[in-house]
Design a protein around this ligand. Sequence first.
Ligand SMILES: NC(=O)C1=CN([C@@H]2O[C@H](COP(=O)(O)OP(=O)(O)OC[C@H]3O[C@@H](n4cnc5c(N)ncnc54)[C@H](O)[C@@H]3O)[C@@H](O)[C@H]2O)C=CC1
Ligand SMILES: O=Cc1ccc(S(=O)(=O)O)cc1
Length: 498
Amino acid sequence: MQTFDPNQISVPTGHFINGALVGDAGAETMAVRRPSDGQVYAQLPLADEALVDRAVEASWKAWRSSDWARRAPRDRARVLRRWADLVEADAPTLGLIEAVGSTRPVRDVMAWDIPFTAEGLRFFAEYADKIGGEVAATQHSQLGMTIAEPYGVVGAITPWNFPLVMVSWKVGAALAAGNAVVLKPSELTPFSSLRLAELAVQAGVPADIFNVVQGYGHVAGDALSRHQRIAKMTFTGSTRTGSSIMATCAQYGPKPVTLELGGKSPQLVFDDAPDIDRLAALIAGAITGNAGQVCVAGSRLIVQRGIAEELIERVAAHFAAHRPGPTWDAEATLPPIISASQGVRIDGIVSRAKEAGAIVRCGGSFADIAAARQGGAYYLPTLLEGVDGDNPAVREEIFGPVLTVQTFEEEDEGLLLAAHECYGLAAGVHTADISRALRAVRKLEAGTVWVNRYGRSNDFVIPTGGYHQSGIGKDLGRQAVEANLRFKSVLVDFAVPV
Ligand SMILES: NC(=O)C1=CN([C@@H]2O[C@H](COP(=O)(O)OP(=O)(O)OC[C@H]3O[C@@H](n4cnc5c(N)ncnc54)[C@H](O)[C@@H]3O)[C@@H](O)[C@H]2O)C=CC1
Ligand SMILES: O=Cc1ccc(S(=O)(=O)O)cc1
């Protein structure tokens, strides 16, 4: 059953500058495809350096001349809350723009992405007046203090896997702290952020305080990172691109970066893990959700031998039960891969994994369904056994529904397997033994450790971010707001006669 007709959805296109959609007559454009069936559904103007400069200069002028940074934080908070309300009210439009152009099934967009976008904005609104400077312990004739101040214009570059949610996390934190933002969304999912920007203006965000430029990463994203008026960059995406942005920020600044990057997150399961049925569903869901296109996807199952076969069998049964299909198919449970080339990349890693000894327990190929024959890419949930730490499927971020399995006998052996040579984004630990769980929490080198659960709740106060090559800094939490503030030290000598 089809929940909406993708051919009936029209999307806003262009850049968003000075509170309105902006075309760019004569500019190069790109055909944007629906991931679900590979069909071109809109054209996107591509920003060059001059367009990026125009958007950033406009934001900088607005930041200097409007009262956005100077008004009481609670007044910014009120605008963000209104924005959140508009996002929820606009779900019938915003949600369909998101679902038609991304890998997010419309059911999930309405139940998760829209509420998470709105609640994320509310969370940052609540923090707007909660973070301040401090009074220092100085001699009594002096007053020493720090004052929290916004940076100015923050540059944000976001990925395609959760287009709306990622934008709300980056932009919400920066605006709450009193910054202006110029956003470059992924060129693969560019449109929902335009609608979000329209709603921001309706909510009362002053013109040019939130601008959006569209285009390729190596052109528009690079121009944004290099721009002299961009005081800080925040990015989510691959480790490779994050490193390149950081190098650019060092060369053209230096300016600070927040980077939320790749992962290869382990699910460490002990023999005594509670409720094997629930656990199997959780392990399967953590790698098939959004077809594995999640930075914190639980992509490596590391399981103690006593429970291994029973768990693997149940996880494989969940995998086999999936029904791939377009984001508008009400019965589909597995969404598409974002693009044909990403599909080829996933299949390439699986092929190399097999050459290196991996045994395919299930999946291991594209799904042959009608939407795939039209041009969508669907990869079957894949379970790979017989892998060691050198196998490409264990080492490389796949960003698809591919789970590797490794088994162990002793706790230390399991913890050793869970450690990855470069990534440290998230980890799951499953055991009924609280001491063992806490030992694992201490030993795992990961930015987030979930015990007997996996994945985010709506506790936005818990930050997300990686260790090692999985990133620098945090999205969400108090830390995300702090990362959008700089602290000025002030010392007043009031013993001086004036
Ligand atoms: N951590 C996460 O949530 C994500 C991780 N990835 C990983 O990255 C792999 C490749 O996917 P891509 O879409 O190519 O990721 P990417 O990291 O290259 O792209 C993410 C964003 O960065 C921009 N970008 C690309 N090159 C840039 C540059 N030189 N300067 C500034 N901005 C630039 C893109 O336009 C997009 O907006 C995936 O297979 C996956 O492993 C991808 C998306 C999200
Ligand atoms: O892929 C992006 C992403 C998804 C979820 C989370 S978390 O569950 O909040 O850690 C973080 C990033």
